[in-house]
Design a protein around this ligand. Sequence first.
Ligand code: AVJ
Length: 322
Amino acid sequence: MTAPEPTENSTAQFARDVRSGLSNKDQKTLPAKYFYDDVGSALFEAISVLPEYGLTRADEHLLRVHADAMAARIPPPVVVSELGSGTGKKTGWLLKTFCQRRPTVYYPIEISSGALARCEADLRLLDSISIVGLQRDYLDGLREVAARRATAEHILVLFLGSSIGNFDRNASERFLRRVREILQPGDSLLLGTDLEKPASQLIPAYDDPQGVTAAFNLNLLARINRELGANFELKHFQHIARFNQLERRIEMHLRSTIPQTVSIPKAGIAVTFREDETIWTESSYKYNLEEVARMATQAGFICDAQWVDEEWTFAESLFIVR
Ligand code: AVJ
């Protein structure tokens, strides 16, 4: 299935975000959420199978190996809702366990209709599942799930793959608190977080020798060319991945290799770059187990259990609403 054309509304929002991020006087930025058009999503899927990038494999491995143990901590009846539509492969392990217990409703919440459709296609073959995709942003979608629940049902929210790592630490805590406010006692959240590891392991994961991550990063400029009529010359920008020790995050940037001016007609701007000036396109925060448990408490949950992959240190944490 092909994704629909971007709507007028979403293009206007994209134009506004590009204009504001690239008009920044000191550090130019672009929001990481715009990586995931059709090309970007395909490139991310390729990243997720690179030998250097263990994150997605660790996430899936934990869900596969511990699905029963996770489900055992959550008494039925449960409706499962995922922030982001995930892939059938990863979420399937968990859903299968719930569906073996009793018929289960699964609500993937996702802004991209293409991703929603793929998720539904992936998971359709599971027995006793009903999939209700919600094309909303996360919190609106979750409110809808809460409104639809039957009295006895508990909600299990999935936020996997260290997607939370794109938020800075304050924003992630605020986000978790908002999720908590929509939930009720007995509801739960399964949160995937990438853990701290040596820079020597992180850097190749975000700057792989085959250049897949570089292509993923540069696609953001290609997308601005396609959707906003801009004239970025991709050969004059270079992918950079740095580990910021102090903030404990990977930063991805696009470095202008020459002085240049780029016009972006549909954003109504022309942007001048100095040689070596960068656009900061993504942060990927790394955590330790204790701080994840602390985030749970601060957001009004109890951290009930954590599972860790030792090969690529990554954690699934089960938060339960107090
Ligand atoms: C999907 C946000 C978890 O931060 O590792 C992969 C995205 N960026 N390679 C991550 C990403 C560069 C990924 N997340």
